[in-house]
Design a protein around this ligand. Structure first.
Ligand code: SAH
Ligand code: SF4
Length: 337
């Protein structure tokens, strides 16, 4: 859009570099702060919005390590959520949404319960990152990682997601290293293969949640469209091309997918693969019968993985006091327990 304005007004092309440097690099808080542009030139920017989202609410967790923002789209007033997680090791990770709601309807997910309300544009995805980057800049800190793990299924809004990744990784724009971006999918194989063929070289997380087809189908409707075999084949292909480890997300639901034999089957599936299992204790959602696995069951599950030499980590739940934990992102429209 800025490119268009420059072209339409016959401004020199270096104006775009100046804009990018101020907007994505210096993280100005308004177009007026782009001092490399004259006042008259800056006025031309009035026809575009500085940011596509308004802040509706902002919550900070008790431990101060998580900030959740409920954004209102300027386009249609619909709500989305974005979370900033500040880790002790120095990482500052933004978890972005790519949709309002989600059409995939996994049985355990608050976003899925909302249904699909619309795709976010690339600008709206990038604006979530820039919002937090501007906050961190005040204390001389930076965004180090972006994960596409908020509301929505990235593979079902692929074009906009790809465009947003291009902006975030462009060294003339936001300039984040590709390996600092993680895209998570519930398993849309065809779209995932396209992402890889198109040259995606970031990290991948697959929301697996079950070690076999039968159980997976019970938890996630998408499993009927794409089988576990197809998913593993696509991931093997990605690993062969990139030599990057894949994250396998696994929500632990009490007595549903946390049996000892599930852990054994998961181990067998992943043995010999470049894999890391991310165990996420289920976060409760109102209206859903599932319960979080007990600490004893989680411990046994972990022990089985360990005895099989499977890399894993048990995700510490950040920000659950502000409902910013996985699967709890649902705008304000779904009540939480
Ligand atoms: N749609 C993509 C991106 C969202 S990522 C995907 O599903 O991969 C959000 C992660 O949180 C996914 O791994 C998802 O399975 C997980 N999740 C969803 N509901 C959850 C819940 N109630 N408790 C814990 N994790 C949950
Ligand atoms: Fe959508 Fe992911 Fe939630 Fe499933 S887990 S409903 S794919 S956001």
């Amino acid at each position: 859009m800025v490119e268009q304005i420059i072209k339409n007004n016959n401004l020199p092309l270096y104006k775009i570099d100046q804009f990018n440097k101020a907007f994505y690099g210096d993280l100005v808080v308004s177009f007026d702060d782009i001092t490399t542009w004259s006042k008259k030139e800056r006025q031309l920017l009035n026809e575009i919005k500085f940011i596509s989202l308004d802040v509706q609410t902002q919550q900070i967790s008790k431990k101060q390590d998580t900030i959740k923002v409920l954004f209102k789209r300027k386009l249609d007033g619909k709500l989305i959520e974005t979370v900033l997680m500040r880790f002790e090791d120095g990482r500052n990770t933004v978890c972005v949404s790519c949709m309002v709601g989600c059409p995939v309807n996994c049985t355990f997910c608050a976003t899925g319960k909302l249904g699909f309300k619309g795709n976010l544009t690339a600008t709206e995805i990038v604006d979530q990152v820039l919002y937090f980057a501007r906050i961190l800049k005040k204390e001389k800190a930076k965004i180090t990682n972006v994960v596409y793990m908020g509301m929505g299924e990235p593979m079902l809004n692929l074009e906009n997601v790809q465009q947003s990744i291009d902006i975030l990784t462009d060294s003339n724009k936001f300039g984040l290293g590709a390996r600092r971006i993680t895209v998570s999918t519930s398993g849309y194989v065809a779209q995932f293969n396209k992402l890889v063929v198109d040259g995606f070289r970031g990290r991948v997380a697959i929301s697996l949640h079950a070690p076999n087809q039968v159980l997976r189908e019970k938890l996630m409707p998408v499993a009927k469209a794409y089988s576990l075999d197809q998913i593993m084949q696509a991931l093997d292909n990605y690993v062969a091309l990139t030599n990057k480890r894949v994250s396998y997300e696994y929500v632990l639901i009490n007595k549903v997918n946390d049996m000892q034999e599930n852990a054994q089957e998961l181990s067998e599936l992943l043995t010999g693969r470049l894999a890391h299992v991310n165990l996420i204790p289920y976060n409760s959602i109102k209206g859903v019968e599932y319960e979080r696995s007990t600490p004893e069951r989680i411990k046994i599950f972990c022990e089985v993985l360990k005895s099989n030499n499977i890399n894993y980590s048990l995700r510490v739940t950040m920000g659950d006091d502000i409902s910013a934990a996985c699967g709890q992102l649902a705008g304000e429209t779904v009540e939480r327990s």
